[in-house]
Design a binder for this molecule. Structure first.
Ligand SMILES: *[C@@H]1O[C@H](CO)[C@@H](O)[C@H](O)[C@H]1NC(C)=O
Length: 381
């Protein structure tokens, strides 16, 4: 029997649509067993109200975003006293002023010479949406955008996948203007092929409570900004990992035009940073404080002024092919060397903590490559 061509086209079109609305792949590394909304029927939220309901309820959901959801203005704006911190040496010319969140302006953190000023900001940006458990949030092509509000997986919410979503425009002119993605008191979170840009405060933060198993993969952290805490068009507040019991895999991410915290780490965090591309960082990439344990392998550092600000915690920086065989026992592969171009030094030979990787799901490693710049971000899966 000959099947008419038009029927095949119809069938393939249907299959194509069905394939486009599922999570693609599984998390590399620690969060490998994250299933999100699983096989729930995909739903397309009509507007920001329905999106918020679906994100926050306790129903397993696959939430598909095929347009922009703009929260700016939805909760009004706030005018109050904030400050111009000492770091803003370029007022009204590309610097970042601050909202007085947690008394930041008045407790000394704003630095000597900080002055009170009036600030006006969008209210939606400073309060993230608190997600329920068992959610997949998936973008279609590069259309899935959440504007003006962040996502928070906290207080026991777990098993969440955020894939192919662009989160942008959270009061970028203000320190404390909002965090794009927060995890605090969770387990099994996978962020994949997302893009984060124009954020007031943290692009990603794992708060002080335990985040347990977390994977951030193939995500673009775009630090290009018109309001920089370092007055140079680069975003300072990129990635902050300070959970009390966190296993974090960062693989295949493109972290560019930042000027600090890329990442800053503390608490009790084991980080496997593999095959990331750090580019055009005018300040520091890694700031490894007490309680942070890092294996960094197969990463590219290009035009990164200070790859390592501090190493109070532990770092295995994959120093040489010969030294890197030590990884095999614990990570299941020989570590890959990092590569450097027009960048500072990145030295760490600690191996005592490598046994912490035993028995965990570990991401594989490839040779360092700047091709990450074209494989990370939205619209690519
Ligand atoms: C999430 O899914 C798991 C596995 O199906 C289930 O045990 C748990 O109760 C769900 N959580 C919520 C809050 O629905």
């Amino acid at each position: 029997m000959i099947t008419p061509t038009y029927m095949l086209v119809g069938i393939y079109t249907l299959l194509g649509q069905a394939a486009a609305v599922g999570v693609v792949g599984t998390a590399p590394g620690f969060a490998a067993s994250t299933t999100g909304g699983g096989s729930a029927t995909p739903g397309y939220p009509a507007d920001i109200a329905e999106l918020t309901t679906w994100l926050t309820d306790d129903v397993a959901r696959v939430i598909v975003l095929n347009k922009e959801y703009n929260f700016i203005g939805s909760e009004g704006s706030v005018t109050e006293t904030g400050c111009r911190p000492a770091s803003n040496t370029c007022p009204d010319n590309g610097g970042q002023d601050a909202i007085n969140h947690a008394d930041w302006c008045t407790n000394g953190n704003a630095g000597t010479g900080s002055t009170d000023i009036e600030v006006t900001y969008d209210a939606a940006g400073v309060t993230p949406i608190n997600l329920g458990s068992n959610k997949s949030i998936i973008g279609v092509g590069s259309a899935g955008v959440i504007k003006g509000k962040g996502l928070r997986i906290a207080n026991g919410a777990e098993n969440v996948i955020i894939q192919n979503i662009h989160i942008t425009d959270l009061n970028p002119q203000y320190i404390w203007g909002g965090d794009a993605i927060t995890v605090a008191g969770s387990d099994l979170v996978w962020i994949d092929h997302c893009k984060i840009s124009l954020i007031g405060r943290q692009m990603f933060v794992a708060g002080t409570t335990a985040s347990n198993r977390l994977t951030i993969s193939n995500t673009e952290f775009d630090g290009v900004t018109t309001n920089s805490a370092t007055c140079d068009g680069h975003h300072y507040w990129a990635i902050y990992l300070l959970g009390s019991n966190d296993l974090v895999t960062m693989k295949g991410n493109y972290i560019h035009h930042t000027s600090g915290r890329s990442p800053k780490m503390g608490g009790n965090t084991l980080l496997h940073a593999v095959n990331n591309y750090f580019y055009a960082n005018t300040g520091h990439a890694f700031d490894i404080e007490t309680g942070a344990y890092v294996v960094a392998e197969g990463n590219v550092f290009q035009n990164v002024v200070t790859p390592l600000l501090a190493k109070v915690g532990s770092l295995f920086a994959s120093p040489s092919t010969a030294a890197n065989t030590v990884c095999n026992t614990y990570l299941g592969h020989d570590c890959q060397v990092n590569t450097f171009g027009s960048s500072g030094t990145f030295v760490g030979t600690d191996t005592g903590f490598l046994s912490d990787f035993s028995g965990k799901t570990i991401a594989t490693a490839a040779a360092a490559s700047a091709d990450i710049a074209t494989s990370a971000g939205v619209g690519l899966i």
